[in-house]
Design a protein around this ligand. Sequence first.
Ligand SMILES: Nc1ncnc2c1ncn2[C@@H]1O[C@H](COP(=O)(O)OP(=O)(O)OP(=O)(O)O)[C@@H](O)[C@H]1O
Ligand SMILES: [Mg+2]
Length: 367
Amino acid sequence: MATIKFKDVTKSFDNGKVTVIPRLSLDIKDKEFVVLVGPSGCGKSTTLRMIAGLEGVSSGELYIDEKKVNDVPPKDRDIAMVFQSYALYPHMTVYKNMAFALKLKKIPKEEIDKKVMWAAKILDIEPYLDRKPKALSGGQRQRVALGRAMVRNPKVFLLDEPLSNLDAKLRTEMRSQITMLHKKLQTTFVYVTHDQTEAMTMADRIVVMDKGVIQQYDTPQKLYNEPANMFVAGFIGSPQMNFIDSTVIRSGKDIKISFSEYELDVPKSKKQALESYIGKDIIIGIRPEHILSDSTPDKEKGSCILNVTADLAEMTGNETNVYFDLNGQKYIARIKTERKISSGDSVKLYIDENTVHFFDKDSTAAI
Ligand SMILES: Nc1ncnc2c1ncn2[C@@H]1O[C@H](COP(=O)(O)OP(=O)(O)OP(=O)(O)O)[C@@H](O)[C@H]1O
Ligand SMILES: [Mg+2]
């Protein structure tokens, strides 16, 4: 069993001059696969290194398995960390790389052998056990790095951008391998990446961080469907959500959203919340995949119809990215390629108000 708990943890460097984590509270459940995402420099690695004990916490409390570990050295935390750079010993064979930590612990040879062979089998690296790392591909090296962590039977696996040195195809392959490994090992995984696709596909829950502050901690589905603020909404999803300046207006007894010379109905569930915004500016968020073309069956089309000219149409296979401009606001739509659209075409596009997100302009929080 291994739960991880941050309670009001802060982290600063340079004698308190630089605060990287202003105050972090986070609960990770036993056997959970949690992914930390966020832009470069937001404090992902620092958070992971605090769990490993490679960085101390400046204040607050950190618990592993309900035991306070603020003063527990890394070697006594029962944790294994895998880095982006693999950090394999170049002069040792794959076998020795994997056996090394166990040998230091004076574990009997037969037991070491059993463990190494077990990990090698799961990771499919048995044929390379006698090779040195330089004779391996990037993906094979990364698997050795994972194997080296596995043989130690850690309570927690910490992985810091383990796939970022691999090419796109190998990344996808290793991504599913790590997910399967997690299922097999039934251990807590904390995984750092700045790749939102990795986060969405691998995580049970995702921590979205910005400047050392958690913006939202939830399942991939929740982050996509109900982003807490514009930062999360913009970070999750590709191409990025369209953010459009708009105004909440009264329309008879009803309220509507006015944007780029168009009007949008307000979904029932949002009417009450938007009531207090009448006459005020808000930001609406529309995901590119939620802008539909006339090839979409009627029932899925929205109430709002846009007449646009495609400034640019990028065919990416089964979908086409359509860029257009309405009253100086730039939009991107992702349209199924069965409706063929070329640059310069005039097209009718549809928005279903139930797929639109609403944000407070000042706080950027979801309404
Ligand atoms: N030892 C240190 N001394 C001073 N500042 C540091 C130290 N280590 C990290 N920082 C700063 O802390 C901030 C967070 O760094 P961290 O490495 O955690 O970011 P990250 O989210 O992992 O970024 P990336 O995606 O680029 O790896 C950065 O601004 C970094 O410069
Ligand atoms: Mg980092």
